[in-house]
Every structure is written in C-alpha cells, then in structure tokens.
Design a protein around this ligand. Structure first.
Ligand SMILES: Nc1ncnc2c1ncn2[C@@H]1O[C@H](COP(=O)(O)OP(=O)(O)OP(=O)(O)O)[C@@H](O)[C@H]1O
Length: 247
C-alpha cells in the first residue's frame, strides 16, 4: 500500500483521530506561550484540557483555530493539515470555536445573534432544533443579546455554532461564573451533543463538571500537554490531578 493510500485508509478507520495536534507552538507577539502541545481527539469523543490559570489552554484553542499571530507545528483535522490555513478556512473545514467571552453582539437580538455565523457545511442544526435544545432562548428571541443572563448568553453562544454544520466544537470554559443549576443544564447539553455525534474539546476549570461529561482529560502545564487521564480512571488519579491543578 502506498503512503498516500495508507494515510487515506487510516483516515477512514474509526480509531483514526479526528483531530491530531502535534508539537504545536504559539506566540503572542514576542511572547512564546505554547511549547509543543500534542494531543488527539477521536470522532465522537469529549475531551478536556485541564490546567492552572495561564497554562496555555485558551491559547491552544486559538492556535487550532488559526487566530494567533504566530504558530507552528501540526494540526491535522480529518487527515488534512490545517496549520497554514487562515481562520475562515479552518472554520470551513468544520471546526467551530466558542470563546470564553462568548462574543454576543449587544446591538443584536437573540434571534439575530443566533442567525449570525455563516453555515460552513450541510447538516447543521436548524433554528427550531436549537430552540428545542435551549427553551430559555425561545422565550427571549427578541431581547437584546446583552439583556440575557450569563447562562442564557452561554447557551446562545453554543447554540449559534450548532447552526454552522461544524461537527467539531472547541468550547472555552462554558461553565465559568454560572450558577450550579445552569452548569448542570450545560452539562446535559454537552451529553446531548455527544449523542448527536458532535466531537468536543472543552477547556474547563470546574473539574467535577469535566469528569461528568468527558471521556479523556489532557493536562496542560507551561504550554505543553504533560499527561492524559481517561475519565474511567479518574478516581485513581485524584491526588495527581489536585497537584497538577493546584487545588
Ligand atoms: N493576548 C495576550 N497577549 C499576551 N500574552 C497573553 C495573551 N493572552 C494570554 N497570554 C499569556 O499566555 C499564557 C497562556 O494563557 P492562556 O489564556 O492560554 O491560559 P489558560 O490556560 O487558558 O488560562 P486561563 O484559565 O487563565 O485563561 C499566559 O501566560 C498568559 O498571560
């Protein structure tokens, strides 16, 4: 079998990663922040990036999305190298990013915010399906984006990327600052998305939440992935995790 055929064959098998990040390095201007991040995500998985503040989790998502001024290394998605692509082409490949700051436009209504991101692929959720998933948003459709509660804004930020057709989601701390009952609701949403075939990378500080939704956890420290813990093995690794996370 030729190299090209083997690569194609591997891309077709279930075990092949959907995303494979290798030796990813990233900079903010002169500041070298990512020092060779490597991890992979299989189709249908939910994985988390865990780590202390400033470890490089958000920067890793930004580097995957191409929205970092300088980056190098390899980001393969569905067997295709993305590292040299512009952010819009990375989005078109089928990766959607929900940033920590949520990016809700204050001058637009909930409905307008929802319909804002362009569709990049067929098979995205319809407006109705999204509103079925987030009934609170249906009641607030004509409200201004910033009149929403933090939880509603988070649901809108997640909901609108589901329209795009991207099946691979990068979610940056979706539970940050939210009340426990809302965190629970977001957790149910992620389980639902997984059941619908979405693959998710989740940056999370809330370790308990991470354990309730994820298949595997990657520990980020000083711009590198230093460990991987399968969720089924998490109870055997609690002390180690506490040390990693400084909690
Ligand atoms: N816009 C920026 N310009 C310069 N340095 C930055 C910028 N954003 C983050 N950094 C630095 O890059 C490093 C990694 O930050 P990053 O936000 O990726 O960490 P994190 O693991 O996501 O942590 P947090 O939970 O605090 O967001 C930190 O040292 C941070 O100070």
């Amino acid at each position: 079998m030729s190299e090209a055929m083997r690569a194609g064959h591997e891309a077709m098998t279930d075990d092949a990663p959907m995303l494979k990040v290798e030796n990813l390095e990233g900079w903010y201007a002169e500041s070298h922040v990512l020092h060779g991040v490597s991890f992979d995500v299989r189709p249908g998985e939910v994985v988390t990036l865990l780590g202390r503040n400033g470890a490089g989790k958000t920067t890793t998502l930004r580097a995957i999305m191409g929205i970092l001024s300088k980056r190098q290394g390899s980001v393969q998605f569905d067997g295709r190298e993305l590292i040299k692509l512009a952010p819009r082409d990375i989005a078109r490949a089928g990766i959607a990013f929900c940033p920590e700051e949520r990016g809700i436009f204050s001058s637009l209504s909930v409905d307008e915010n929802l319909m804002l991101p362009p569709q990049v692929k067929s098979g995205g959720l319809s407006r109705e399906e999204i509103l079925d998933m987030f009934p609170n948003l249906r009641e607030r459709l004509s409200s201004q984006g910033t009149k929403l509660s933090g939880g509603e804004q988070q649901m809108l930020a997640i909901g609108r990327i589901l329209r795009t057709g991207a099946k691979f989601l990068l979610l940056d701390e979706p539970t940050e600052g939210l009340a426990p009952v809302i965190v629970q609701q977001i957790g149910k949403t992620l389980v639902d998305l997984k059941a619908r075939g979405f693959t998710i990378v989740l940056v999370e500080q809330n370790f308990r939440f991470a354990a309730s939704v994820a298949d595997r956890h990657f520990v980020v420290e000083q711009g590198r992935v230093i460990d991987m813990i399968p969720n089924h093995d998490i109870n055997n690794n609690i002390e180690k995790l506490h040390t990693y996370l400084g909690v």
